[in-house]
Write a protein that binds this ligand. Structure first.
Ligand SMILES: Cc1cc2nc3c(=O)[nH]c(=O)nc-3n(C[C@H](O)[C@H](O)[C@H](O)COP(=O)(O)O)c2cc1C
Length: 153
């Protein structure tokens, strides 16, 4: 069974709910999801396997407080992560000028650290949907196909 690490950053809980929904979906698909709580993140450096990060954006393109310390630690320690395969889902609102800015920052960080992107950044717009988990589930189905085809290759 393939383990998938799931990390979320949230202010009001939507990104956490999306991450929890993805964990259930991953289990149904035969993966072993590991959902990291914000208080556990200081001990977690994702150096191998599959990582999915779900983060909303706050302030003006900023990361939520619960995921900020993890982001800045990885940015300053800058581990080289060539064995990591990552994907990011951003929750945001296109009425803000920095739409999904936190998702973009996370996506850039993992690319800078040498990790391989499985699936392009998904930006979920609160102006378009009240149910971000529905878009996230459709995105995960594509993610699963990509992971499967990598294994088959
Ligand atoms: C004070 C505040 C600032 C926000 N700033 C941004 C922003 O800069 N860019 C963006 O795309 N969305 C922004 N949003 C929208 C949230 O990211 C969006 O509503 C998201 O779904 C909230 O998810 P959460 O419940 O996980 O925090 C902001 C929302 C609030 C309330």
């Amino acid at each position: 069974m393939k383990q998938v690490d799931l990390v979320f950053g949230t202010v009001y809980g939507s990104a956490q709910f999306v991450a929890e929904t993805l964990a259930d979906e991953l289990s149904a698909l035969g993966y072993l999801p590991r959902l990291w709580l914000p208080q556990e993140l200081p001990g977690f450096t994702p150096d191998t396997g599959l990582l999915i990060v779900v983060s909303s954006t706050t302030g003006s393109g900023d990361l939520p407080d619960d995921i900020q310390p993890w982001y800045y630690r990885l940015k300053s320690e800058a581990p080289y992560l060539p064995s990591l395969r990552f994907s990011v889902l951003g929750l945001g609102d296109s009425s803000y000028s920095e739409f999904c800015g936190a998702g973009e920052k996370l996506n850039e960080l993992f690319a800078e650290l040498g990790a391989k992107q499985v699936q392009p950044l998904l930006r979920i717009d609160a102006m378009e949907t009240m149910e971000p988990e529905i878009e996230a589930k459709a995105w995960l189905a594509q993610w699963h196909q990509r992971v499967q085809s990598e294994i088959a290759a």
